[in-house]
Structures are given as C-alpha cells and as structure tokens.
Design a binder for this molecule. Structure first.
Ligand code: F6R
Length: 609
C-alpha cells in the first residue's frame, strides 16, 4: 500500500531516498516525507500531494546526512494531510510504517496516559511513541525496538531512526513486504524492489518476524526475539518494470495474488472473537441506531454492484433485514423510495464513480443515513458519507477489479455479522462461528490460487469460443455475473451470467457445441437443483465446466472439466469462487494476447455520468 525507502551509506541520504520514492510514484500516492540524521540531529520534511511537492520543499529546505528514511503514503487510517504523512516522530524516535497496527487505539490511550502527545490520526505514529517509551529503560535502540514490537498487533514493515543513536538504522517486518539491498558498505531498505533496483541487484528478502540492524557499515539480521540469522543476498535479474510488478507479468495477476493479504487487511483489528462481533472504526452507529433502520439500500456500479447483490443474500439471510440493491446510474432518475429509516450503503472501490456519488447525494437529500464501503481513503464518496467502512485492499491498478471485489464481499459479510448481532438474530455462538470462518479465509484463497494450472487448461480448451454462459444459484448468482463481466472486459468474449434456474426460461436455446457453460456448484443448499440444471445443459449437448466444492467428486462427473474449489462456508465461498473465475478470465485474456491491465475502452475510475 505505502512505499518505504531507507538508506545508510556515504551519499546524501535524502537524494537516494527521493530517487527511490520516485520509482514508486506510479502507484499514485497522497503524501510523502523524508527524515535524515546529521550529527545527531534528525530533520523531517513532509508534504501532501504528489512527490513533486516534497521535492520542491527539499529544494527550499535541503536535508543533509548519510542515514535516512522516507515514505510515500496511501492513506488507510487518517485522511491525506501533512500531519498524517510519514515519517512520524514520537519523542526521540522517528518511524516510517507500511501496514496496519490493529491495536493502535489501545496503545495510544496507554501512551497518552504516560504523557505522550499525538499529532496525527494515524495508527503508525503509535509505533514511534511506543519505541520512545521503551527507550527510557532500554540499553539500546535495538532493545527498545524489540520490546516495542512485542506489543504490536497487526502488520508492519518499519524503518526506524533515533536521535539518541545517530549511527543506527533499524528495519523490521511482519506481514508487509521489505527488502534490503547491499552494495559494498552501502545499504538500501525498501518495501518494493523498484525503489532500489537501480542502486543494486544484490538483495536480501526479509521474512516475517525478522529485523535488520544497520550500524557502522554493517548489517546484522536477527529474529524479533534477538536470535542472529545469516541471510545471503541473492542477485535479482528482473527488469525495473518486472520489479514494479513484483515479478508478475502485469498488475492484474499481482493483484489477484495479493488477495490473501488484502483479505487479512480488511479483517485486521475488526474482529471481536469473544463477543462474536465485528467492530468498524468508521461506522459510528450503535446497536439501537442500527435496529432503527427498516431497510437497507445498497447502491453501486459494475463489479461493486455484484458485491452489493451478494451482500443482499448475506444480510437478508443472517439478519432478516430487507435489502434493496440498486444500480447507481438508475437510482437517481426514478424518484427512489428512501427515507430516514433507510440505511443507504454506496459501494465503490475508487470512491469517485460519478453515478454512485450522485446516488449518494440523492439519498442524502431524502434524509437517508449513508455508510459507504470504499477502498480509497478520503475519496469523494467516503467524505460525503456519514460513516465509512474501508476495505483496505490496497491500491488497485489493474482496470479489472479483483482484490477490491473480494474485500467488498468480506466487508459485507462482516457488516452482516454486525447488523445481526445488533438485532439479536445472530447469537453469540453463531457470531463466533462466522468470525472463525473469516480467520480461515486467507489460507483458502491461497489454496484456490494453486488451481491456476488447471484453470489455464480450461481456458486453452475453449479459447476459440465467442460466447460463454455462467450459471449460479443463490449467492453464487452474483458471482456468476462477476465471472461473466471479468471475461467480457479483459478477453472481449461475450459472456452472460444467469441464475441457473432461469436457463429454461430462454437462455437454454443458446446451448450448442461452441459455447462453454461455466456452472458454479458449491456444496450449499442449492446443490441438488444446480446438478439438475447441469443435466439440462448436458442433455442438450452443452459443454459444461463445473466449479464444485473440494471433496465433491460427484457433481462434476458428467462435465468436461470439474474444478474443486476449497469450501469456506456458504457465504465466504463466494470469495473463493470469485478468485477462480478471475483466474479463468485472466487466462483467456492472456492466451488471446490481450492487455489485461488496460482493456480497450475502459477506465479505472468512471468520473463521468
Ligand atoms: C470491473 C470494474 C468496474 C467497477 C465500476 C465501479 O472490473 O472494475 O465495473 O466496479 O466501474 O467502480 P467503483 O467500484 O470504483 O465505484
């Protein structure tokens, strides 16, 4: 999400760091900052907006010193502003951070009671104060860092400096990426290889739970517990472009593979296991306020609308609250029936989609309470909402939405838990069971990604088709729609999604030997009916690919291909089926030689009506 660069050597650190940050700017950040250390003094420059603003500031007020850390921020907690830009300084300690500190509110409270003053709204600032607090009793910066890290929950990649020790730079990692570049006695640290690959190709990839201490022209790697580890640099022969994509051939595949992490992020810090409940920092509605809504209205476009449709199934099933799902571009032109008793939920990755924003304003003007589900922090939709649930998927560059979609599904599932706990339909046991299923999800996504070779085989088999049909029942129907949209937009093959039971009311006339029928057949309450729908297609000579649940060897027996998707429970299996369908569309498009990151005629954020 954010970019980190650190340097220790003989050059002006600010220059090396600025060059590194520039290599990460293609990711589009909202603020940036650098700190260097010179003769025991730490100095910081920060600015909001693009890097050019920071560069201008550095020209006016240069930074000197051969040790430094820098950061470009993509906001997660706290709006984009100078105060929220990194580096953050707490007492004598300066940090840049990538990731999410889940327990930052509790730590902040504790540190405030010990006299620390916080200047930002970020979760990251807490790390600098926590290390500073430990520095009071520790014998070294290294020890203070080790102690502080024990108290952190969540994910982090950190670079740390202290004015009490002007010869040391520390990097630590747990859950967010970090690499160390080595060139003689010069050391480069970065969240992403492109930031430092022009300086050196000798890199050490840090693993979770590791720390690197740079001092006196050397580096020592150790576990967070203090046990020394020997790490050998490896030569990275990627081109700078490959490095931007972390070795993936394009952003879409990179983002598909980022989903285990983005799902961990959307969950992070929000699950109250003991209470079987979910806490959303931006919801700002207590149980009685939630109970007062008579209905919900989810409004969105495209892929986000598909997430909304799946959300309807989840919320109505688990919370017994009526949910309407609206296409944003239709909503505002038909005198929509919303009132103070309606909770309106716009869903948007970018937070800038013009139709969704217009729908939000329309609903607001009719007195509805607005809680949006957004990925981009402080976007227009987020700013104009009464509350926001951020999906924390990280920056999505590929035009076809992937990780934003699956994190929307997870956010809606968590919202269903919150609403169901508030109105008592979900009891403690059920809430705990639903939360446990969430905890298992990232690993199941990893497992689904391993199906790629089999999915590629399917794409090869049907590569010459002009049309495809996706079928699903119940909550799999919106996933069928999403699968069809993914295929259309990146491979330009015409595709439609239908509720499987609708086939006999018309689309079945299309069945022939040319058109594959992709059938979603998870092991849920619809399975028997879906099997019958599959038979209807097969007996008319249709070519079926069955996406079944792991362990179900029966359903796909008569299909041309049967894929076994891990089972994540009825609602969360949507995420796993969606991942498989993303890979299917991706393989079709790549085999056809299409540009998956920038499909023709499409834009990432549709800011016109
Ligand atoms: C498809 C896709 C689009 C978006 C739609 C809404 O892959 O990305 O259909 O989902 O344009 O965009 P957001 O979610 O930014 O409002």
């Amino acid at each position: 999400m954010c970019g980190i660069v650190g340097y220790m050597g003989s050059q002006e650190a600010s220059q090396v760091i600025m060059n590194g940050l520039k290599m990460l700017e293609y990711r589009g950040y909202d603020s940036a900052g650098i700190c260097t250390m010179d003769l025991g003094d730490v100095e910081i420059r920060r600015s909001s907006g693009k890097l050019v603003n920071l560069e201008r500031l550095l020209n006016e007020q240069p930074l000197h010193g051969t040790i430094g850390i820098g950061h470009t921020r993509w906001a997660t907690h706290g709006k984009p502003s100078v105060a929220n830009a990194h580096p953050h300084k707490g007492g004598a300690v300066v940090v840049v951070h990538n990731g999410i500190i889940e327990n930052y509110l509790a730590l902040k409270e504790e540190l405030t009671s010990r006299g620390h003053t916080f200047l930002s709204e970020t979760d990251s600032e807490v790390v600098s104060h926590l290390i500073d607090e430990n520095l009071k009793t520790a014998t070294s910066l290294e020890e203070a860092v080790r102690r502080a890290l024990k108290d952190l929950q969540g994910a982090y990649a950190l670079c740390i400096l202290s004015q009490m020790d002007d010869k040391t730079l520390i990097a630590a990692k747990s859950g967010s990426p970090m690499v160390v570049g080595i060139k003689g006695d010069e050391y480069f640290v970065a969240s992403d290889m492109p930031a430092i690959i022009s300086n050196t190709r000798e890199m050490v990839i840090m693993e979770d739970g590791e720390m690197a201490v740079f001092r006196n022209g050397g580096v020592k790697f150790s576990t967070l517990g203090g046990e020394e580890i020997i790490k050998t640099p490896r030569y990275i022969d990627w081109s700078p472009l490959m490095a931007e994509k972390n070795g993936y051939p394009n952003f879409m595949l990179k983002e598909i593979h980022e989903q285990p992490r983005s799902i961990k992020n959307v969950i992070a810090g929000r699950l109250h296991v003991d209470e079987g409940d979910v806490f959303f920092e931006g919801l700002e509605l207590d149980d009685s306020a939630l109970r007062a809504f008579e209905r919900l209205c989810l409004v969105a476009c495209g892929t986000s609308w598909h997430a909304a449709l799946a959300g309807k199934y989840m919320i109505e099933e688990y919370c017994r609250i009526p949910v309407d799902v609206e296409i944003a571009s239709e909503f505002r032109y038909r005198d929509p029936m919303v009132s103070k008793k309606t909770l309106v939920i716009p869903i948007s990755q970018s937070g800038e989609t013009a139709d969704t924003l217009a729908a939000l304003r329309e609903a607001k003007s009719r007195g509805a309470h607005i809680v949006s589900i957004c990925n981009v922090v402080d976007s227009s939709i987020a700013r104009e909402s009464d509350g926001v649930i951020y999906t924390h998927a990280g920056l999505e560059i590929g035009v076809a939405s992937t990780k934003a979609f699956t994190t929307q599904l997870v956010a809606l599932y968590m919202l269903a838990i919150r609403l169901g706990r508030a109105n008592g339909i979900i009891d403690l046991g059920k809430g705990q069971e639903m939360i446990a299923a969430l905890g298992r999800l990232p690993a199941l996504v990893e497992k689904t990604l391993e199906l790629d070779p089999q999915i590629e085989e399917v794409a090869c088999e049907y590569l010459t088709c002009w049309d495809a049909i996706y079928l699903g029942r119940g909550i799999s129907y919106p996933i069928a729609l999403e699968g069809a949209l993914k295929l259309k937009e990146i491979s330009y093959i015409h595709a439609d999604g239908y509720p499987a039971g609708e086939m006999k009311h018309g689309p079945i006339a299309l069945i022939d030997r040319e058109m594959p029928v992709f059938i979603l057949a998870p092991n849920d309450k619809h399975l028997v009916k879906v099997r019958s729908n599959m038979e209807e297609v097969i007996t008319r000579g249709g070519r079926v690919v069955a996406f079944c649940s792991e362990g179900d060897l029966e359903t796909g027996k008569r299909a041309e291909f049967a894929l076994q998707i891990p089972w994540g429970g009825e609602a969360l299996s949507t995420v796993l089926f969606a991942v498989a369908l993303q890979l299917l569309a991706y393989n079709f498009a790549i085999l056809k030689g299409k540009d998956v990151d920038q499909p023709r005629n499409l834009a990432k954020s549709v800011t016109v009506e």
